[in-house]
Design a binder for this molecule. Structure first.
Ligand code: NAD
Length: 518
């Protein structure tokens, strides 16, 4: 079984390890070891010691932003397809390190191998997408109301993009932002989760190596500052950061949005979800069961898109409930490094306490645990020192207070409905609006769900679970989820500034709206 020691040299981390300490900042390619109190790192799998992080202070954050500004001034002049070539080469480097990087992600998050590899694949896919996009950063030409005038729209590089990311996708979320930002001509300062600093260092090492070998790319394009919320706040509050893209809890998003708004800065928010699926009488129950179990129990319920609420038509509720209980009985829980494991540990003890508190509240609010919920003790495939739990399925009499909250753990609340319109209303009744799904073979039901009066979420799927989005679509959600969109479609526009140009190639000076002056 691999450990961190096996990955340090092949992932290029050895250059930064000083005794058992890791740098809290990498600025212009140079590691900084601030003298702030250190943070002890350990794997959620088995509490294995990963050394200490020396978090950045406000000084390092300011320095990183300053260096990124300098890099931006050069980079914005480099033609976009050439910028795309850099990102293509980064993608090659990531391809060559896919397994190793995935193993590091597993060690830091507790994700199973296949999901960790999927996360690295997202980075690779985004590189391919961004490289193509670098030849497609197009504006419009618009009809002018004046003779011999033209209206043009151009998209220019924006500036320094700050990225704050969550623990559960320690690399992919940053890559969605950073790879697009790079082809758009921006420089990036990254503040990863304090729970996954080594994945961030490894990702930064790969990019810095690609930058070093690339003619015309300043080393300051990618900066890293590490630490807890305060580091994120310094970054969000820095007026030289043109866009702050923040992924995490709703509480974090509210704080970041206020820092950015106070300086009239732009923010792109990707916050918590409380995702639901509706299963109608016509659904293919085998397909629905598989999708539901992956969405609810996969990643140990620690995806923003994890399925948390299930509305099942009363005519099929007993049948589906039975299938789900059987599937939950067969979930293999354990060390995520073992190929047969489907559910690894929760990230930490605080997460486990929150799960147990939610279960207790759910029971007080009339819920009944159908299966799961308990802690799995060490032994066999369960290493000592991790927080392993059995994914829980609960029958709820209605959508009570606890169901309205996102508990970042494998908890699925099952509720029954009689009319589709009621189920859609319940889907929309929570404050979050990220992902949703309907399982049906009835075209009218599917249409109602994805139509304008249907699901109010940013993602609304038919016969596909709530989690596991592809990079080609715009990813994000409404309401408390923050309204941001990342990755595919036209999300690239967030990372650029739009200039409208009016061009007069005639000799006269007609004014718009027929105004006469002099
Ligand atoms: P978190 O909010 O605790 O932390 C996320 C990041 O924000 C970390 O880097 C953290 O240090 C930083 N942070 C926290 N408070 C901050 C503040 N006041 N100012 C600036 N930065 C701050 O979230 P987490 O526990 O790491 O991740 C789980 C949460 O993230 C869940 O709510 C999940 O739904 C959400 N999430 C959303 C998406 C999405 O795309 N919508 C993706 C992944 C995770």
């Amino acid at each position: 079984m691999y450990t961190l020691t096996d990955l340090i040299a092949p992932l290029g981390l050895a250059r930064w390890q000083q005794a058992d300490c890791w740098p809290g900042a990498v600025i212009d390619g140079i590691a900084h070891y601030p003298s702030t109190p250190s943070r002890q790192l350990q794997s959620p799998i088995d509490a294995q010691d990963h050394g200490k992080l020396l978090p950045a202070s406000a000084v390092e954050v300011r320095a990183a932003v300053g260096c990124a500004m300098v890099a931006f001034e050069t980079w914005r002049e480099v033609p976009a397809p050439r910028r795309g070539e850099l990102v293509r080469r980064i993608g090659e480097a990531v391809r060559n390190h896919k397994t190793l990087l995935a193993q590091l992600i597993t060690l830091e998050t507790g994700k199973i191998g296949s999901e960790a590899e999927g996360e690295v694949q997202e980075w690779i896919d985004v590189c391919d997408y961004a490289a193509g996009l670098s030849r497609q950063l197009h504006g419009l030409t618009i009809a002018s109301e004046r003779p011999q005038h033209r209206l043009l729209e151009q998209w220019h590089p924006l500036g320094v993009v700050g990225v704050i990311s969550a623990f559960n996708f320690p690399v992919a979320v940053w890559a969605w932002n950073a790879m697009l930002a790079l082809v758009c001509g921006d420089a990036v300062v990254w503040k990863p989760s304090e729970k996954t600093p080594l994945s961030a260092l490894a990702a930064t090492a790969l990019v810095l190596d690609a930058l070093r070998d690339f003619d015309g790319a300043p080393s300051g394009l990618i900066q890293l500052v590490q630490g807890d919320a305060s580091v994120g706040e310094y970054l969000a509050g820095d007026r030289h950061v043109s866009l702050i893209s923040a992924t995490g809890s709703v509480a974090m998003g509210r704080a970041v949005a206020q820092h950015a708004a106070a300086r009239l800065g732009r923010s792109l928010l990707e916050l918590g979800g409380n995702n639901a699926a509706i299963v109608t009488p016509s659904a293919d129950l085998e397909l629905a069961t598989r999708a539901i179990v992956f969405s609810a129990a996969g990643t140990c319920g620690q995806r923003c898109t994890s399925l948390r609420r299930l509305f099942v038509h009363e005519d099929i509720a007993d049948a589906l409930q039975e299938k789900l209980i059987t599937a939950y009985q067969h979930l293999s829980i354990g060390d995520p490094r073992l190929p047969a494991t489907l559910v690894g540990p929760l990230i930490d003890e605080a997460a486990m306490k929150r799960m147990h508190a939610a279960l207790t509240r759910a029971e007080i609010e009339g819920g009944r645990i159908l299966i799961g919920g308990g802690q799995v003790r060490a032994g066999g495939n369960i290493p000592d020192g991790g927080c392993y739990v059995r994914p829980a399925l609960l029958a709820m009499p209605e959508q009570t207070d606890v169901v309205h909250e996102e508990t970042f753990a494998p908890l699925l609340y099952l509720m029954r409905y009689a009319r589709l319109s009621d189920a859609i209303a319940l889907n929309n009744a929570v404050s979050q609006g990220l992902s949703s799904a309907i399982f049906t073979t009835d075209l009218r039901e599917a249409g109602a769900f994805i139509g304008p009066a249907g699901s109010d979420c940013g993602l609304a799927n038919v016969n596909v679970g709530t989690s596991g989005a592809e990079i080609g679509g715009a990813f994000g959600g409404e309401k408390d989820t923050g309204g941001g969109r990342e990755s595919g479609s036209d999300a690239w526009k967030h990372y650029m500034r739009r200039a409208t140009n009016t061009l007069n190639d005639g000799h006269a000076l007609p004014l718009a709206q027929g105004v006469r002056f002099g």
